[in-house]
Structures are given as C-alpha cells and as structure tokens.
Design a binder for this molecule. Structure first.
Ligand SMILES: C[S@@+](CC[C@H](N)C(=O)[O-])C[C@H]1O[C@@H](n2cnc3c(N)ncnc32)[C@H](O)[C@@H]1O
Length: 299
C-alpha cells in the first residue's frame, strides 16, 4: 500500500527498478543520521529531476525545497506534489550555482545526488562552499568520482586531482544540451570528477568534520567509481592529548606525517593462507630439531 497514486508510482517505476534501492538508501541515511522525525527536517534536494527523493521525504512530513535547472522533469514532480496536496514540497527551477544561504536559507539535510559529476571546477568548489554554509547537519552526496588522477587543479592555494569529462561538445545546439540531454550539465561543456581522496579532503576543509562512505543499505547495481558519501557538518574536535594537531588542515597534517614517516613504505603485510601457515609452522618445528626433511622433500 502506498499513499502515492498510481500515476506517481508509474513515474517512479519508469526511472528504473534499480532506483528503489537508491531512494531507500537516502531515506534510511536521513533517518539514521539525523535521528529526528522526517516532519522535523528541512531538506534541500538539488538537481532533483522529477523529485522522487523530495516527494518521498515530503510525504513523510519534511519541508522540502527541490531545485533543478530544467523544468521538463521537475514539472512532473510538481504535479505529483499538487495532486497529493504536499504544500510542504516546493519545486523551483534554478541553477545550482545560485543556491546560497542568502537565497534559500539553512537546511538540516542536503541531497546532492547525481549532480556533482556534471559540474566543472573551479565553480564546483564554490558550489560546495555555498552548500556547506547552508548545511546545518548532513549532506548526502551520490556521485561518480575520478578513478585516476591525471589532472591536477588548484583552488585556494591547494591541489586537487581528478579527470575531465565531456558533458557536451563544441557545436552542440542549445536545444540538444538543454531539452534533449536532460540528465546532463547546464551551462558547462566539461565536468570535473575529483578523485575520492580529493573530494573527501575538500569537504573536510570546508567544514564537514566527518566524511564517510556508505555501504549499507546496499545498492546491488552500482557502477565502479560511483559512491555515496555522508558529510557531517560539526565543530572540529580539539585534542588535549596531541595539541599540535589542533588548527592544522588535513593537508598540513598529511605533509607532517609523510615527512616524519617517509622511510616506512605503505605496505600492508598480509598473512599467508591457513594451509601455508601450517606448513611453515611444521617446517620451523622440524628445523629446530635439526630436520630439513620437508624442505628437502619439497625441493
Ligand atoms: C543525473 S540527474 C539526477 C537526478 C536526481 N537527483 C536523481 O538522482 O535521480 C541530474 C540532474 O541535475 C540537473 N542539473 C544539471 N546541471 C544543473 C545545474 N547547473 N543546476 C541545476 N540542476 C542541474 C539536471 O537537469 C538533472 O535533472
């Protein structure tokens, strides 16, 4: 049984059956991490498309602002909200570049799902900084990341790594870019996919004190390089036990540790398999007693 009507369920079903696990993951995270009722939360859904996340949170009582740069998907969500009298879910056509705390206020939870990898640097960094200012508690990011780091880019005196991707190419018509490629970027032909390490470091530097990757609830069909991150906005803890660490950025701490432990290779020692360990134990035991039997047999 669902409170949504059959036309709404068909709209969600048409997104593909795999989407069910994505929506479940985001709703479960919202509940588990906020530890509050949906009706207590103000949520921002960015690049909302037809707004399935916004509507699911909205039907559970959250106040939701759902924003997308394209009206041609968002209008279907707006119709669902109107049919179900969800006046708590507001659909707005706007560009993510315009989303600031001054324009839209603060949110307990921000959904930044399937949009980050459509944006290009350096404006990606500015957008994330704006979202950090508007975020009171949690930002959930679902994105494809750069799996290699051929490109080094700079922002605010720091280096970040990733790859560039062609969203559109020179000569593509406005109609094609805006009306036909309805999942792609708006206003930029290339996008920048930071590596996981660079993205996590940047989020940490702009005020998200904890950044975690999600493994459960599971998503069975997730392409390589596609991840869900949880970024939690909080005061950074100051340590009494290692006071030198207070006030250093993650990059500075990394440099200090690398300088200090440069001689130690970052190799994880792995235990040999159980059978091999038993053989080695027997060899050792025999060797101690003067037998070279097993080794000889093996050679
Ligand atoms: C891949 S879809 C993701 C939709 C939805 N969040 C989801 O996960 O199912 C990307 C969405 O971002 C929107 N978008 C792309 N660039 C945007 C921009 N600069 N500002 C606002 N929305 C944008 C697109 O119109 C599209 O609906």
């Amino acid at each position: 049984m669902s409170t949504f009507d059959s036309a709404a369920l068909k709209l969600f079903e048409d997104k593909g059956i795999v989407n069910s696990q994505k929506v479940r993951r985001i709703m479960q995270l919202t509940s588990d991490l906020s530890r509050r009722k949906f009706s207590d939360l103000r949520i921002l859904d960015l690049g909302c498309g037809e707004g399935v996340y916004a509507l699911e949170a909205g039907i559970n009582g959250s106040k939701v602002v759902a924003i997308d740069g394209r009206d041609n998907r968002l209008k279907f969500g707006k119709e669902v909200a109107e049919r179900h009298s969800l006046s708590n879910v507001e659909f707005i056509v706007d560009d993510v570049r315009n989303v600031t705390i001054d324009k839209y206020g603060k949110f307990d939870v921000i959904y930044f799902l399937g949009l980050l990898y459509h944006l290009d640097e350096p404006e990606l960094w500015v957008i994330l900084e704006n979202l950090s200012k508007a975020c009171e508690n949690i930002m959930l990011i679902d994105t494809t990341i750069g799996l290699s780091e051929p490109l080094k880019v700079h922002y605010n005196g720091k280096n970040y790594f990733g790859i560039k991707y062609d969203e559109h190419i020179e000569g593509d018509s406005e109609e094609l870019m805006l009306e036909k490629r309805i999942m792609a970027s708006i206003g930029n032909k290339k996008s920048f996919l930071p590596t996981k390490k660079s993205l996590v470091r940047f989020l940490n530097e702009i005020g998200f004190s904890t950044v975690m990757e999600v493994h459960a609830p599971a998503e069975h069909i997730k392409k390589e390089g596609r991840i869900t991150l949880v970024a939690i906005k909080n005061e950074k803890r100051l340590l009494q036990s290692y006071p030198w660490i207070n006030g250093l950025t993650d990059t500075e701490i990394g440099q200090k540790l690398d300088g200090h432990y440069a001689e130690i290779p970052h190799v994880v020692k792995q235990k040999p398999p159980f059978k091999t360990r038993i053989k080695l134990m027997i060899d050792k035991w025999l060797e101690k007693r003067g037998y070279e039997l097993r080794k000889k047999l093996r050679n």
